[in-house]
Design a protein around this ligand. Structure first.
Ligand code: PMP
Length: 403
């Protein structure tokens, strides 16, 4: 069989299961408003939770950074790609997390996927057992597959189950790995309980705060601030492409851990450093996150979350035959579980026809039978935007019920 025939057969199978994905090109705009194929759309799909990507101060800082540093970094960090702008970012992050991680140092990456890959593959050697939460992000799953460590999965938020597994482990090093905010469910991991287990069983806790950084905590420092945690056993990963409104990622951990990543994480060592202009602009983003703009948008997010959730609960009650459901979300990620793959794509298409963009999320990203509309809020959405979403969902539900 030729490769092309082989792939065509696979593509046909993907399509038959209503699992075919397609790129959709935005013509202009940033969250929560974009123009696609000439049509303005109100978006509830970006991870730009504070709306910072659209901030003029960020665009100005990017331009200033580009004038000062030029385009790309030109090399990997240990050759010549590491700039004063990179160091200002890692210094700021080390200072931000000093109250949460003793002897905290930070190391920067181009993406969260890369940061997760670095932590899990560098620390997950043959002496290590990785305890991986069932709903972890794909980047953590892929990293665990690549690591030399043995990998044990534990159930979603199943602290008791994890306790049993840790008690039975004879590994020299134990690494618990979890998302802080689950990206397709919007709920929070029981991080304080996981940390207590880490203390009890001499384990270390990798927390991927991709969706908490900037969003949770009074100063926007994320899940560690939200729970008021402090431990040298915490290894924090964050991405800067979501609430920070730019790109990049970081690991903050005890200085010995970050030093080891610098020596051993192959994807850090052998990959071009991020553009210094982006790092320069991140300093502006950090000032916005901890200042009045971030505070006001976090407060707006909390208010909109409550409004949206109440509206979704009423919608579900009004249309019981559709079998729609909510997850236990407590963050700006508020998914609406629809069930079938074709049904969720139909609902997403109806919403888009009504001027609203919400992505349909299907397996393997979520479990079969739990395809969902992944609604995400942005700190620059208004009450009127949420009401428009709820009204369009209501019309969609009526249409689907009648079909
Ligand atoms: N972790 C989680 C939980 C995520 O949702 C994502 C992005 N979808 C990542 C890591 C990867 O981050 P990045 O997009 O910066 O590669």
């Amino acid at each position: 069989m030729s490769l092309l025939e082989h792939l065509s057969a696979k593509l046909t199978a993907i399509e038959a299961k209503s699992l075919k994905r397609a790129l959709r090109r935005a013509d202009t705009g940033t969250a929560p408003r974009q123009t696609i194929n000439g049509r303005p759309l109100l978006m509830f799909c970006a991870n730009d939770y504070l709306g910072l990507a659209a901030e003029p101060a960020i665009a100005d800082a990017l331009a200033e950074g580009a004038r000062r540093w030029g385009g790309g970094s030109g090399a990997s960090p240990l050759v010549s790609g590491h700039s004063a702008a990179h160091e200002a970012v890692t210094d700021t992050l080390a200072r931000w997390f000093a109250p949460h991680i003793p002897q905290a140092r930070a190391i920067s990456f181009c993406t969260g996927y890369m940061a997760n890959l670095a932590v899990v593959t560098a620390l997950g050697d043959e002496h290590t057992e990785i305890f991986s939460e069932q709903l972890n992000h794909a980047s953590l799953i892929d990293a665990a597959r690549l690591a030399k460590a043995s990998v044990t999965r534990y159930g979603h938020a199943d602290v008791a189950g994890l306790r049993t597994l840790l008690a039975a482990s004879t590994a020299k090093v134990k690494l618990i790995v979890t998302d802080a905010v689950f990206s397709m469910d919007g709920d929070l991991a029981p991080v304080p309980e996981l940390l207590a287990l880490a203390n009890e069983f001499d384990a270390w806790l990798v927390v991927d705060d991709a969706h908490g950084f900037g969003v949770l905590g009074a100063q926007g420092r994320g899940t560690l601030e939200h729970f008021g945690l402090n431990s040298e056993r915490l290894i924090l990963v964050g991405t800067l492409g979501k609430a920070a409104g730019l790109a990049g990622a970081f690991v903050v951990a005890h200085a010995t851990i970050t030093e080891y990543l610098l020596q051993a994480a192959r994807n850090f060592i052998f990959s071009t450093a991020s553009p210094p202009a982006v790092e320069h602009a991140l300093l502006t983003s950090f000032a916005l996150i901890e200042g009045p703009v971030g505070q006001a948008r976090r407060a707006n997010l909390v208010a909109l979350q409550a409004r949206l959730r109440a509206g979704l609960e009423a919608l579900i009650q009004a249309h019981p035959t559709l079998g729609w459901a909510l997850t236990p979300a407590t963050t700006p990620i508020q998914p609406l579980i629809v069930g079938g793959n074709a049904d969720v794509m139909l609902a997403a298409a109806r919403l888009e026809a009504g001027g609203i963009r919400v992505p349909g999320i299907r397996p393997p990203t979520v479990a079969a039978g739990t395809a969902r509309l992944r609604i995400t809020l942005c700190g620059t959405h208004t009450e009127a935007d949420v009401d428009q979403l709820l009204a369009t969902l209501q019309a969609t539900a009526q249409e689907l019920e009648a079909a």
